[in-house]
Design a binder for this molecule. Structure first.
Ligand code: NAD
Ligand code: DAU
Length: 378
């Protein structure tokens, strides 16, 4: 079936994997990637699909309501996968306004534009879908409830989660109460509420997913994994917040993209799904794995770079533990992660080591100047 799908934030980390998957898997769809190209957006992430005849890039700000209205009509959009956001917690602590603007007002602008357009069509909302991509951070922080002497990593078989269940550990479930702590998570929580309110008030056919920490190629090197891989390579200090005790639940980005594909097509309207890998790691243990992997792949002595670890002042309001229960998604739609953590990390480290030029461009701001010139001349 022919469809016209808008993916927002498609030049970012997760968005670029979603665009790539959709362009390749659905040649019968038209895919419009709308992105403002902030510091985090990079069209070089999409070089391998940018020439596809079914792919279009639109440089625009989701907060520009008039532009959103025109664009939805121009491309006759019938499905929206909304990823565009400010996504880095540390930046939100320094500049919360930008997060409220993009994540809250930008989402509202897109919702209202979609509502106006779809309600103006003879068929109304039939066959339409607004898919909002959110985060597990909206739920706040979990206690470290595992028994004395039982420590993460908890990389249980993705399909069972039995380790956690056996120890009675807490998870984020779809009905967990929202309790965001950072300006980033507060802005994402607010956007989730707006999306649900548009369903309850206007009948907008929407779905929301809340995912755990993603890792993999094309992630901006301000986030833990790419930042630390690059620093280890160049023997720069690794700034570990607090004591490195915080726990995150890591999912390989392509598994998230596959879940998005499945939920976009088969998820129940007005429903919420949690997405996660049953793969919890304490930061300090994960960092050791990164050091070990980088050193091995560069032919250095085992754990030679352990002394790069530098404990620094903790992040304000730093959530101690995130862990997602994704059994609903598994039970209802049959999704489970396909990458074991060892394989995902090996691929990821190799990718950053082999793509130093990408990292250098991103960190130098070179790519921003390059694409500004290209779009100024169009
Ligand atoms: P990212 O920062 O890598 O990419 C965000 C993209 O949005 C960039 O391309 C940027 O240019 C674009 N953008 C920002 N403001 C915009 C605006 N006003 N108008 C149009 N485009 C704009 O983020 P990411 O890590 O790929 O995250 C994508 C989405 O997934 C976000 O909504 C985030 O909250 C969510 N999420 C991320 C993770 C994770 O671990 N990275 C986990 C769960 C959910
Ligand atoms: O849980 C999903 C969220 O995961 C997404 O919604 C966010 O967009 C994404 O950025 C990520 O948030 P985190 O804050 O968990 O990711 P980050 O990579 O910034 O940090 C991971 C952990 O590592 C966290 O406990 C903070 C710590 N950290 C991070 C950095 C950048 C350090 O100790 N030192 C660092 O320099």
């Amino acid at each position: 079936m022919k469809r016209n799908i808008l993916i927002t934030g498609g030049a970012g980390f997760i968005g670029s994997h979603v665009v790539r998957l959709f362009v390749r898997k659905y040649p019968e769809y038209n895919i419009v990637n709308l992105d403002k190209l902030t510091y985090a957006g990079n069209l070089a992430n999409l070089k391998d699909v940018e020439d596809a005849s079914t792919y279009r890039f639109v440089k625009a700000d989701i907060c520009d309501f008039e532009r959103m209205r025109e664009m939805l009509r121009e491309y006759k959009i019938d499905g929206i996968i909304h990823l565009a956001a400010e996504s880095h917690v540390d930046r939100s602590i320094k500049d919360p306004f930008t997060f409220a603007r993009t994540n809250v007002l930008g989402t509202l602008s897109l919702l209202q534009a979609a509502r106006e357009y779809w309600e103006s069509l003879p068929e109304g909302y039939a066959g339409k879908r607004f898919y909002h991509i959110s985060t597990d951070e909206v739920y706040g922080a979990l206690e470290m409830t595992h028994p004395e002497g039982v420590e993460p990593p908890f990389t249980t078989a993705a399909s069972s989660g039995s380790y956690h269940l056996a120890y009675g550990m807490e998870f984020f479930r779809e009905d967990t109460k929202y309790n965001p702590h950072s300006p980033y998570s507060a802005s994402k929580a607010s956007s989730d509420h707006f999306v649900r309110a548009f369903h309850d008030t206007y009948g907008m056919p929407m779905v929301v997913t809340n995912c755990s920490n993603n890792y993999g190629p094309y992630q901006f090197p301000e986030k833990l994994i790419p930042l630390f891989i690059n620093n280890i390579r160049h023997r720069k200090p690794l700034p570990v917040y607090g004591k490195g005790e915080n726990v995150r639940d890591w999912l390989y980005v392509e598994d998230h993209a596959r879940a998005i594909d499945l939920i976009f097509h088969e998820g129940k309207i007005a429903d919420t799904y949690n997405i996660g890998g049953f793969n919890e790691w304490k930061n300090i243990d994960l960092i050791r794995v990164l050091i070990n992997t980088v050193d091995r792949l560069l032919g250095r002595k085992e754990l030679e770079d352990l002394d790069l670890i530098t404990f620094v002042k903790d992040r304000a309001g730093h959530d101690i533990r995130y862990a997602i229960d994704s059994t609903k998604l598994q039970r209802e739609l049959g999704w489970e992660p396909s990458f074991q953590f060892e394989e995902g990390i090996e691929r990821t480290v190799r990718w950053y080591l082999e793509n130093q030029e990408w990292l250098d461009n991103v960190t130098s701001g070179e790519y921003l100047r390059y694409y500004e010139e290209i779009y100024a001349n169009r």
